[in-house]
Design a protein around this ligand. Structure first.
Ligand code: GSH
Length: 224
């Protein structure tokens, strides 16, 4: 039975799910919900409204299961389709891996939010100046976290043993920062090498190419 994923063209969380499905080699039908910079996720897709009380993507349908939330989708995919694994085996290592995935969503992404204004044209020079002041504070926080992550890359070249959901989460946050012209990784050579390593994985590259293709259409302010 085919898996269906409701995704969004520049949805941080839905693109995480796409990477996990790709890494596990699971074919899926993708339904892109409407998104524009002006209207956001309006109008909401009726299937997403029916499936998720938070009215958010990703939503995954697998047979008689309909579920939402990218981290819960990781958990489901790992249990239902264990090979190849996207979490370590040892319970404590699994806990560490989950915390790093959460670090991407709940620590890095909030530091990226203050630069999200860059994806739309400025309404006034004064407003953009104020937005950029907040943005620069976010960038300083990000750089601080990059320093921490620099020491977290393990012997296998990934964040939590072999490639895992920790890499997917942190990679997506760093990708969002880079697409929003956030701080470059040059000052953090191990993190930069990790980023290139993750970006080079076929399942990741496919999603990133697709994300940037959508972004060039939806966020011309970033590409002018
Ligand atoms: N914790 C959720 C967050 C999902 C989320 O915020 N999705 C965004 C797109 S990246 C969304 O659908 N936003 C529309 C809205 O909140 O109205 C997850 O991990 O899936």
């Amino acid at each position: 039975m085919t898996i269906t994923l409701y995704s969004g063209p520049i949805s941080y969380f839905a693109r995480k799910s796409e990477i996990a499905l790709g890494e596990k080699g699971l074919p899926f039908a993708r339904i892109m919900v409407p998104f524009t910079q002006a209207e956001g996720y309006q109008p909401k897709h009726p299937d997403v409204l029916a499936a998720n009380p938070k009215a958010q993507v990703p939503v995954l349908v697998d047979g008689d299961l309909t579920m939402f939330d990218s981290s819960l989708i990781f958990e489901y995919l790992e249990e239902a389709y264990p090979e190849p694994p996207l979490l370590p085996r040892d319970p404590k290592d699994r806990a560490r891996c989950r915390m790093l995935e959460l670090f991407g969503d709940e620590i890095l992404l909030p530091a990226v939010r203050p630069i999200m204004h860059r994806s739309v044209p400025p309404t006034s020079a004064e407003q953009r100046h104020q937005e950029e002041e907040a943005g620069q504070r976010g960038e300083a926080v990000l750089l601080d976290h990059y320093g921490t992550l620099e020491d977290r890359i393990g012997a296998a070249g990934y964040l939590s043993g072999a490639f895992s959901i920790a890499d997917i989460g942190v990679f997506m946050a760093v990708t969002f920062s880079l697409r929003l012209k956030g701080p470059r990784l040059d000052g953090h050579p191990k993190l930069a090498a990790w980023y290139a390593r993750v970006a080079g994985r076929p399942a990741v590259a496919k999603v990133v190419d697709d994300l940037y293709a959508a972004d060039r259409v939806l966020s011309p302010a970033l590409y002018s």
